[in-house]
Design a protein around this ligand. Structure first.
Ligand code: NAD
Ligand code: UGA
Length: 431
């Protein structure tokens, strides 16, 4: 099938490469010219394990091309996947400007019977709004044939995007149109033949499945973080408690720590809270999830300050891991950034290191030092703060670390080290 993918970010590029691997012919478009140029040169503009290989396979098989012009991608496509960003504004409302712009491009240029698929994460009711927008504005509609709309939310997580997209736990397809559903089943036929589950529903239900799923996953994180705080107070081991609970498959594995960040949980939780408020169905559990998440960062920062004798000014602090989680270079709403801001405001000398994040990504923090290795960041530090559980931090030889440091405070923001071992080595272990 000829398929257009609009938006060449994490979701767009992964979707393009995945659909090409299913045998489809893909044109991927983005308004960001430098992104498209990189992709045309065979590069992935961000770090995502395995994505370059899958993309290269698709390009070599002549199944993927890139363009800076949405129209070029849309005109001959049977299906148009919209994978643009849908940020949450300061008012908590999802900004669907980019989605509306692409829907208008679709309306003007689509082929007869083409299906517009919303893959971006959006509030319940958005597909209906888009459908009304296209049908009610006569100046927009390409009258040479009808069109379909479907919601096909994406559940991939960064760092495992490729395997998540190739072998999803389920495919969610929402549409109110039988013919669009049949088209979507043809898109995913190879996956359905492999036995991957299909959940089909109306558009609004599919949209809410996505936002509620992310909010639920975020709630587990805030929950286990509060349990961890309690464990530390009573002398239980937080990581072991999480493991012990997680062996029940109804609960699953959780990692306590400094809280969630990234381009999705924070914005999607905020968006659902606002939408629920607007519908007069406030979500008090989710409100607590959100508050607990940001409180956790400040609690941990307070414990670091206390361990430094409430005298942070002039102290050297090493930040290990700036990305919001390991195996990505994504720093959107990363807990490390909160620590960097607090420490710089309190007059500390901050040196950060991350295996994949480039120093240019954090250049707006004037005064922030950047190291090219963990050991360089640690050298001369009064405290080290682990914010992201990259394996190379887990594997650090803490005896060497102790010798290189000027102080002895270790903040273990992801519970990767053993309190007992570190305390025996003479560290002040902070969680
Ligand atoms: P991203 O910011 O990495 O990429 C979005 C791309 O869309 C950008 O390259 C941008 O230039 C492009 N774009 C914006 N307006 C455009 C337009 N009018 N025409 C063409 N291109 C345009 O975003 P992402 O992380 O890939 O997320 C995309 C959507 O998928 C969001 O709604 C997000 O919530 C959702 N999502 C993201 C993930 C993830 O792990 N990143 C997972 C599941 C769902
Ligand atoms: C998340 C979801 O896992 C995906 O299913 C979803 O598609 C995606 O959001 C999205 O909609 O964009 P992602 O943000 O990439 O994916 O990463 P996660 O692995 O879920 O982690 C999110 C944050 O929670 C990270 O900061 C991570 O460190 C934190 N986290 C996660 C914990 O602190 N503990 C955990 O047990 C799990």
């Amino acid at each position: 099938m000829k398929i257009a993918v609009i938006g060449a970010g994490w979701v767009g590029v992964t979707t393009a490469a995945t659909l090409a691997s299913l045998g489809h012919n893909i044109i991927c478009a983005d308004v960001n010219v430098s992104r498209i140029q990189k992709l045309q040169a065979g590069e992935v503009p961000f770090f995502e394990p395995g994505l370059l290989d899958l993309l290269t396979e698709g390009i070599r098989a002549e199944r993927i091309t890139f363009t800076g012009n949405n129209r070029d991608a849309i005109t001959s496509a049977e299906v148009v996947f919209c994978c643009v960003n849908t940020p949450t504004g300061n008012d908590g409302i999802t900004d669907i400007k980019a989605l509306v712009a692409v829907a208008k491009d679709f309306a003007r240029h689509h082929a007869p019977q083409a299906v517009f698929v919303i893959k971006s994460t959006v509030p319940g009711g958005t597909a209906k709004k888009i459908q009304d927008l296209i049908t009610e504005d006569a100046t927009l509609t390409n009258h040479d044939g009808g069109f379909g709309i479907a919601s096909n939310p994406e559940f991939l997580a960064e760092s495992t995007a490729v395997t998540d997209a190739l072998r999803p736990a389920r495919l969610v397809i929402g549409t109110n149109d039988l013919s669009a559903l049949e088209t979507m089943k043809r898109v995913y036929a190879p996956m359905l033949e492999q036995g991957i589950k299909l959940f089909s529903s109306d558009c609004t239900t599919a949209e809410v499945v996505k936002t509620a799923a992310n909010s639920f996953l975020a709630t587990r994180v805030s929950f286990i973080n509060e349990v961890a705080n309690y464990c530390n107070a009573v002398g239980a081991d937080p990581m072991s408690v999480a493991l012990g609970m997680g062996l029940d498959p109804r609960i699953g594995m959780m990692r306590p720590g400094v809280g969630y960040g990234g381009g999705c949980f924070p914005k999607d939780v905020q968006a659902l809270l606002t939408e629920a408020e607007r519908q007069h169905t406030p979500m008090t559990v989710l409100q607590a999830t959100h508050q607990a998440n940001y409180r956790q960062r400040q609690l941990l920062y307070g414990r670091l300050r206390q361990a430094l004798g409430d005298d942070v000014a002039g102290k050297q602090v090493a930040i290990l891991g700036v990305a919001f989680k390991p195996k990505t270079d994504d720093i959107r709403d990363a807990p490390a950034l909160t620590f960097i801001e607090n420490l710089l405001a309190d007059g500390a000398r901050v040196v950060a290191y991350d295996p994949k994040v480039k120093s240019r990504l954090v250049r707006e923090y004037s005064g922030l030092g950047w190291a090219s290795s963990a050991l360089q960041a640690i050298t001369g530090a009064h405290a080290i703060v682990l914010m992201c559980e990259w394996q190379e931090f887990v594997d650090l030889d803490m005896t060497t670390v102790k010798k290189l440091m000027a102080g002895q405070v270790v903040v273990d923001g992801r519970y990767v080290w053993s309190r007992q071992t570190l305390e025996e080595l003479g560290f002040t272990y902070v969680v």
